[in-house]
Design a protein around this ligand. Structure first.
Ligand code: FAD
Length: 383
């Protein structure tokens, strides 16, 4: 840090949340430094899937409205990132096909379509019979047709992280890899290279951030939900919309590879590594998309999704350490909302109203209202 001066904002963690907070703060003219214990994208943001899909439109809520606005502004955001740093994040609004295998699935999809037309500002669903150019969907998976949802996009997570890092460099943000934060204070952190003070600390360190909060305050601020995914190389490159069927995503990327995701494991023995659950998922993907049957599996990957006490983002000042802002709880939707979370953090830092859903606040997550050590999570996932 010598010679760089005291940053206005020190971001801990170079995943998509931390980098997006740094981008937004630098965009407000603030002096920003990012500290990363490994290399950018070495946490959950280094996965291969990159689906950017809206929540189901039924049971509309402020959280869903926040995500919708984020998805609608994502294209312009990623275009600006690409233009600033010269790196392509692999973003495209491709939409999402939902094959309908029985009458009940069709009815459910029609109900979602009605809710979408009430809330999605004209991004209406449509329905059609499986067509010749959708031959890569198995006919038996779409006996009751196919729903098309036009709002979904895809991004290449690792390239998105690289694109953000390049854009931050172009904006003069210092990004220090291999710099682990060991402890937090109000307005300073202790690192392997010594103490660093800043106007605000933005804690966007995913799973590592939960450990730092626990050590500093005794508050359990989150847990990890394991996910496994794979990358396939079809013999004939595929392109077009993502395909979604009961939790299974098949996402074609611009380079011709296809990502398949994801498992969702609240309890797990080993945080790293893949197993039979991924084999089962691949089997489902091959049944849904027969053209994947002969495709080589080029990568098997696993990671931990940072989940706050409730399955909502956790954004705002850490109780007891008001200069530490939490930017975490990205859980399953980090890539679609990261830029909006970054702008909200920049609003807080610059004294504006971030206009976040109340459910994202530390208080709504039970932080600051419970005795340290009391259980706030339902189910497992803590070990
Ligand atoms: C299998 C799987 C599939 C997924 N699919 C999708 C999808 O299709 N679409 C989607 O939007 N989301 C998806 N997600 C979720 C998405 O990956 C996360 O929401 C998002 O990446 C979380 O970003 P983050 O920046 O909060 O955390 P992370 O990416 O985990 O970043 C935290 C960073 O902080 C660093 N760090 C930790 N501790 C310290 C410390 N003490 N000092 C310094 N640095 C530290 C870590 O090294 C890491 O780089 C998926 C996740 C998984 C596991």
């Amino acid at each position: 840090m010598q010679g760089q001066g005291r940053p206005d904002v020190l971001v801990v963690g170079a995943g998509v949340f931390g980098l997006s907070c740094a981008w937004a703060c630098a965009g407000r003219g603030l002096r920003v430094t990012v500290l990363e214990r490994n290399t950018p994208g070495s946490g959950a943001s280094g996965g291969p899937v990159g689906a950017m899909s809206p929540h189901q439109p039924a049971n509309w809520s402020p959280k869903k409205a926040f995500q919708l606005e984020a998805l609608l502004s994502a294209e312009a955001h990623w275009r600006a990132v690409a233009a600033t740093g010269g790196r392509d994040p692999g973003y495209a609004r491709v939409g999402r096909l939902i094959p309908l295998g029985d009458a009940a699935a069709r009815r459910r999809a029609e109900a979602q379509a009605r809710a979408a037309s009430a809330h999605w500002h004209g991004w209406d669903w449509s329905f059609h019979a499986r067509s010749a150019d959708e031959a890569w969907i198995a006919p038996e998976a779409a006996t009751h047709g196919v729903a098309f949802e036009p709002l979904s996009a895809r991004i290449h997570p690792r390239r998105a992280v690289e694109a953000l890092a390049a854009a931050l460099a172009a904006r003069g943000v210092a990004l220090l890899s291999q710099t682990e934060v060991r402890s937090l204070e109000d307005g300073a952190v202790d690192t392997v290279d010594g103490r660093i003070a800043a106007g605000r600390i933005v804690l966007a360190a995913g799973m590592g951030g939960f450990d730092l909060v626990k050590a500093a305050t005794g508050i359990p601020a989150g847990c990890g939900v394991k996910g496994q995914a794979a990358v396939l190389a079809p013999r004939v490159p595929v392109s077009g919309p993502a395909i979604f069927a009961e939790g299974l995503y098949v996402v074609p990327h611009a380079d011709g590879s296809v990502a398949v995701g994801s498992t969702s494991e609240n309890t797990w023995r080993c945080a790293t590594g893949t197993d039979g659950l991924l084999d089962d998922l691949l089997e489902r993907a091959r049944a849904l998309c027969p053209c994947l049957a002969g495709a080589r599996v080029v990568e098997r990957w696993s990671g931990l999704r940072p989940r706050a006490p409730r399955p909502d983002p956790l954004i705002g000042p850490l109780p007891g350490l008001a200069r530490v802002l939490l930017a975490t709880g990205a859980f399953k939707i980090g890539f679609g909302i990261a830029h909006a979370v970054g702008e909200a953090i920049a609003d807080i830092v610059t004294g504006r109203d971030p206009r976040l859903p109340q459910g994202f606040s530390p208080a709504a997550h039970g932080l600051g209202h419970r005795k340290a050590g009391s259980p706030i999570f339902g189910g497992g996932g803590l070990g």
